[in-house]
Design a protein around this ligand. Structure first.
Ligand SMILES: *Cc1c(COP(=O)(O)O)cnc(C)c1O
Length: 371
């Protein structure tokens, strides 16, 4: 008999049924699309939760990065520094804007953008227009250093916080340090709306402008008039209803993700060559995925294959952008940290619906590889 499938991280609606209440309200009032009270509600509740002045609900995190770049004035031929160790959705919008990415290495202390590499990049490309830093797996980047460097060089900082909703750096929510922060509600993120994104900023005027671009840039006129390029990037009222419900269980999800991480660390932390992702004293992660790096005989592929045989999902750490065929022509500043993390890293199943018996089973399968 095939054993029960365990996912890396899958949608988890609230036991209380919060999402259905908001969605039902949208149906009952026939307020399905496009905008509506759930969209406004979700934006306001989200901004309040993370401590940002304004938020625009969009159809994806990728769309949010795209409009953050546009709002930063990034256009044709401009240089944008982008963390190399990330998902391709961080970098693709740079190309949508006809701009030029320069990829930046990570450090072992944070797994995110290395401030030293960033400083070198500023020396090499003083004309840079914007910087995109990522908070991978819910670990925060070294924000004091990165904010300081961007200020010194007078460059816009964009935070890709797609994986870090619920993560704090020195008590302040990730995504609120830069001029713009973006979040994702894709199916495998810590909370989900089935698909969606949020762009946040303390600049309310810029957020208003983002909403305008995201609804096809329609000028105020009875006829359809456009004086700017438009996008169809707005979140629907039904989707926003799911988001409002999910937001209520964010703390529950973070608590469970942390429990999962600590369970693995306790059970697997002493195995030879195992090192878990770094949790710094200034970092309160959301533990979106539990990841570790291996330096001994057992390789990530051994763990992934052993788990796959048991119908359990796991995955390598992101393959850096400077190693991707599509981005091969672009420059890279740093050494081999991102590459080493990719080669030696593995993301363990981090689904919040797992029971202790699931976690025990996973740990047994992994420990077997050391025997
Ligand atoms: C998921 C993710 C995105 C993209 O978000 P979507 O909502 O799927 O478009 C961007 N960056 C990172 C780091 C992500 O993990």
């Amino acid at each position: 008999m095939e054993s029960k499938k365990i996912y890396l991280s899958s949608p988890h609606m609230s036991d209380e049924g919060y999402e259905m209440e908001y969605v039902k309200e949208a149906f009952d009032t026939n307020w399905i699309a496009p905008l509506g009270p759930n969209v406004n509600g979700f934006e306001n509740e989200f901004a309040a939760k993370i401590g940002s002045k304004a938020a625009a609900a969009l159809s994806s995190g990728t769309g949010a990065i795209h409009l953050a770049l546009k709002a930063s004035g990034v256009g044709k031929g401009d240089i944008v520094f982008c963390q190399s160790l990330t998902f391709s959705a961080t970098a693709n919008p740079i190309i949508y804007q006809d701009a030029i990415p320069v990829f930046i290495d990570s450090n072992y202390e944070t797994w995110n953008m290395c401030p030293k590499a960033l400083e070198k990049a500023f020396e090499k490309y003083p004309e840079v227009k914007a910087v995109i830093v990522v908070h991978l797996y819910g670990l925060s980047a070294d924000m004091d250093e990165i904010v300081e460097l961007c200020k010194k060089h007078n460059v816009v900082l964009i935070e890709d916080a797609a994986e870090s909703l619920g993560t704090y750096y020195k008590g302040k929510h990730t995504g609120t340090f830069g001029k713009y922060g973006i979040f994702s509600f894709n199916g495998n993120k810590i909370i989900t709306t089935s698909g969606g994104g949020m762009l946040v900023s303390d600049d309310e005027e810029r957020i208003e402008k983002v909403r305008f671009w995201a609804t096809q840039s329609r000028d105020t006129a009875r006829h359809y008039q456009h004086s700017e390029l438009g996008f169809n990037y707005r979140m629907s009222n039904v989707v926003a209803g799911i988001g409002r419900g999910q937001l209520k269980v964010l703390e529950q999800r973070v608590a469970k993700k942390k429990y999962i991480f600590e369970f693995y660390k306790r059970e697997l932390g002493d195995l030879e060559g195992v090192e878990f992702m770094p949790v710094n004293e200034w970092n309160e992660p959301n533990y979106w995925l539990s990841c570790m790096i291996l330096s001994g005989k057992v390789k990530p592929i051994d763990i992934m294959e052993a788990l796959e045989k048991e119908n359990i999902e796991s995955r390598p750490v992101w393959k850096p952008m400077h190693m991707q065929p599509f981005f091969a022509e672009y420059d890279y500043v740093g050494s081999d940290v991102a590459e080493e993390l990719f080669k030696n890293g593995v993301c363990l199943p981090s689904d919040t619906k797992m029971m202790d018996e699931d976690l025990e089973r996973i740990c047994e399968i992994i420990k077997e590889l050391w025997k």
